[in-house]
Write a protein that binds this ligand. Structure first.
Ligand code: ARG
Length: 478
């Protein structure tokens, strides 16, 4: 199609068409108002393609130079906002190509040699997604760093660990936060895995079957920093599994963020009072003057549904498509873009909400979460969090675990009726439950004794937690 044919697409695609598209159909089929976001990737891909066409003698060096010149003018126009995006030109690819031809004439018309929008768009999305994955990976590392910072200050702070949201055993607050560091570390790895499969070159597959020109696809891959070349042209132009994988990895990040949000919300509620977050992440109520609502964590929990929804949308988009490219695939972009935007904003906010931000005047980090250690510890004192420790104590004195478990259940029942903790029962009362109990029982019955005793690899004992902090620090510094 020549540039003025491109411009006249409202009338018809080519001589073959007897009538123009209606305005409604044009709006329905166009993607330019969202896929213009791929412009930089589109230009990068086109330049790599043109460079190879010239190196292979398919276009002249002069044509390549003209394409380069035109593309840098177009980049500048797009950046300054002067570029005129036209709905009639359907998508980002045709808009840029038409403008190129306007600027440099026939050289612009030669750019599309040995290429189709099908391999072009698949390449653009991959290039764009690759750089977004890199930003997201950086943010995941920052978030881990922020959590490790807070953890380091709270190794000796004890809160109740829950199962079924019932007090279970005392844990270090640092240990609790490091659980999320593990989750985000796996998310970071997953993004790395997805990146490897995203970073493969479709270009050179043309519409679906390859092309008759002597292209050097390896050369284009190298120019674009891609790890390899897609090895089947039909697959290369049609599958969006890389985008689905990304959406799945993004959904898991959001699920982890959502779990953390749920805990922040609970911990901030008056009934827990474990932490505070900076006022700028909360809002007041229009009717209840005393309120400070945890809007940011709540929204993050809510936006998780939206990202998981995009995963469902993308995976469903793929399922009925025969080989090779189908226009259905144009629907991959909005969910993918929104997934990236939501994830990036969420991670940025969480980095700051958890870790605070540097005050330029003092160089110190300020405004992260504030920990109320006495409230956490007081909560851990309720609910017989050290009952397992008493059972373990009896096992060390020779009782089979099941018998020890039963003995302690009786002791807990007695403590409950006295409205006190196990550690507050006098030694002689404890001895009524088992004569092997001696005064050294009060160490395991204390929160700190319980914590210190859980020194298995991965356990909550402060020495273990310190070792984990050191491991994370080394990993995050690398
Ligand atoms: N806008 C299209 C998309 O996003 C570009 C590829 C169009 N190819 C085609 N043969 N109509 O998928």
């Amino acid at each position: 199609m020549s540039s003025n044919q491109l411009d006249k697409k409202t009338q018809a695609w080519s001589a073959l068409f007897s009538e123009p598209m209606s305005e409604l159909v044009q709006r329905y089929t166009a993607s330019v108002f969202f896929d213009k976001r791929l412009a930089a990737a589109d230009i990068e891909g086109s330049l790599a393609h043109a460079e190879m066409l010239a190196a292979q003698g398919i276009i002249s060096g002069d044509d390549y130079a003209a394409i380069q010149r035109g593309m840098s003018a177009i980049s500048a126009e797009i950046e300054s906002g002067a570029f005129e995006w036209k709905l009639a030109l359907e998508d980002v690819h045709l808009n840029i190509e038409a403008r190129l031809t306007q600027l440099v004439g026939d050289a612009g018309k030669r750019l599309h040699t040995g290429r189709s929008r099908n391999d072009q768009v698949a390449t653009d999305i991959r290039l764009w997604l690759r750089s977004e994955i890199d930003l997201i990976t950086g943010l995941l590392r920052e978030l881990q760093g922020a959590l490790v910072d807070v953890a380091e200050k709270n190794v000796d702070v004890i809160l109740p660990g829950f199962t079924h949201l019932q007090v279970a055993q005392p844990v270090s607050f640092a240990h609790h936060l490091l659980a999320y560091v593990e989750m985000f570390a796996r998310d970071e790895q997953r993004m790395g895995d997805v990146r490897r499969r995203v970073n493969q070159l479709p270009l050179g597959s043309a519409a679906l079957a390859g092309t008759t020109y002597p292209l050097d696809r390896e050369r284009v891959a190298k120019t674009l920093g891609m790890e390899g070349v897609c090895q089947n042209s039909l697959d290369a132009v049609s599958d969006r599994d890389f985008a689905i994988e990304f959406a799945a990895a993004a959904s898991l990040v959001m699920v982890h963020i959502s779990r953390l949000s749920e805990e922040l919300i609970l911990w901030m509620s008056q009934n827990f009072g474990f932490i505070r977050i900076a006022d700028r992440f909360t809002t007041g109520s229009s009717i209840m003057p005393q309120k400070k609502n945890p809007d940011v964590p709540e929204l993050a929990r809510g936006k998780t549904g939206r990202v998981v929804g995009h995963l469902m949308g993308l995976i469903t988009l793929m399922k009925g498509q025969p080989l090779a490219y189908n226009k259905d695939n144009q629907e991959d972009k909005e969910p993918l873009f929104d997934t990236v935007d939501t994830l990036r904003d969420t991670l940025r906010i969480f980095v700051e909400m958890i870790g605070g931000q540097i005050n330029p005047a003092t160089g110190a980090k300020e405004g992260g979460i504030t920990v109320n250690a006495p409230a956490m510890e007081a909560a851990a004192q309720k609910g017989y969090a050290t009952a397992t420790d008493l059972a373990d104590y009896l096992v060390k004195k020779g009782l089979p675990f099941r018998d020890a478990h039963e003995t302690v259940a009786h002791a807990v029942k007695a403590a409950q009726s006295h409205h006190c903790d196990l550690s507050e029962l006098p030694l002689r009362v404890l001895q009524e439950f088992h004569p092997a109990i001696e005064k050294d029982v009060f160490e395991p019955l204390s929160l700190r004794g319980s914590l210190n005793a859980r020194s298995t690899l991965g356990g909550t004992a402060p020495a273990q937690v310190q070792a984990q902090i050191a491991r994370h620090r080394a990993r995050l510094a690398a």
